[in-house]
Write a protein that binds this ligand. Structure first.
Ligand code: 0O2
Length: 243
């Protein structure tokens, strides 16, 4: 009983200082803490450290793309990147994925099996820019490609398009170099528009089979229109560049 109250006090103090939202930190601790205070402390520090490493990896990847954008803007007199956003997967999503994929719980398992805890999304102006940026990024000798999924050449059945890269990049800590996995999603403004709206439409929505089928069919039509828009914009740019 006494042990629990020390733990609670400790949690309160550490959560207030934590850069993670209190609720999120609570979920993580509940997910990983097994046993008493010592175990709890060790797990909490491990999780904090791991999340911090992923944040560093995001910074590394973001910087690489910003540098490429800067350099390519001089070369082509326009910025190939429209925007870069990033996210650290929420503890809730990590937990959901661990359960869904029947993965063993624990930090080591998560680091080994989940490739998208750190995510960077690069929104480009034109489809060609996606491949040009991906190529330049993957040519860098400290970027290791783990997996590439080309949903532009092979869109998902629902119409989703983007280029996904799972990469490992080094982060340099005070006394070690650590390779961290990051999922990079490259897409055009039109692809991003479709994916954002599709996510908003479906997010936590319950619907019957017929409604779901109708919505899916209309979204698929919208995806086709977005692909056509990308293609037309690319053609106009090519036309202007060659005249
Ligand atoms: P969030 O919150 O955006 O990160 P897996 O990741 O292993 O469960 P899969 O299919 O192997 O599943 O991964 P995939 O295809 O590489 O897709 C992972 C991410 O791509 C998703 O992450 C989404 O961000 C995006 N994505 C994939 N398919 C769709 C889609 O149909 N619609 C939209 N809007 N986004 C999609 P998360 O973790 O699901 O979500």
């Amino acid at each position: 009983m006494e042990d629990k109250s020390i733990t609670e006090t400790y949690k309160d103090t550490i959560f207030k200082k934590s850069i993670m939202a209190q609720e999120q930190a609570q979920q993580i601790v509940e997910l990983f803490s097994r046993g008493g205070f010592e175990e709890f402390h060790a797990r909490f520090v491990d999780v904090q450290q791991l999340m911090s490493c992923y944040r560093c990896a995001i910074l590394e990847v973001e910087t690489k793309f910003k540098v490429l954008d800067e350099q390519l803007s001089l070369l082509y007199e326009r910025n190939p990147i429209d925007s870069i956003t990033s996210r650290l997967k929420s503890p809730e999503s990590i937990y959901e994925k661990v359960v869904r994929k029947h993965l063993p719980p624990g930090i080591e398992s998560i680091e080994k099996n989940l490739c998208d805890i750190a995510g960077v999304r690069v929104v480009c102006s034109f489809v060609d820019d996606i491949y040009m940026l991906a190529q330049s990024f993957l040519r860098q000798d400290d970027v290791k490609l783990i997996q590439m999924k080309d949903y532009i050449k092979n869109p998902k059945p629902n119409g989703y398009r983007s280029l996904h890269l799972i990469v490992e990049v080094p982060i340099f800590l005070t006394d070690e170099k650590k390779m961290m996995r990051v999922e990079v999603q490259l897409r055009t403004i039109a692809m991003d528009l479709w994916a954002s709206l599709e996510h908003k439409i479906y997010y936590k929505k319950e619907m019957n089979k017929l409604t779901a089928e109708n919505a899916a069919s209309q979204l698929s039509e919208c995806a086709r229109m977005c692909a056509e828009l990308d293609s037309k914009m690319q053609n106009i740019r090519n036309y202007i560049d060659s005249n």
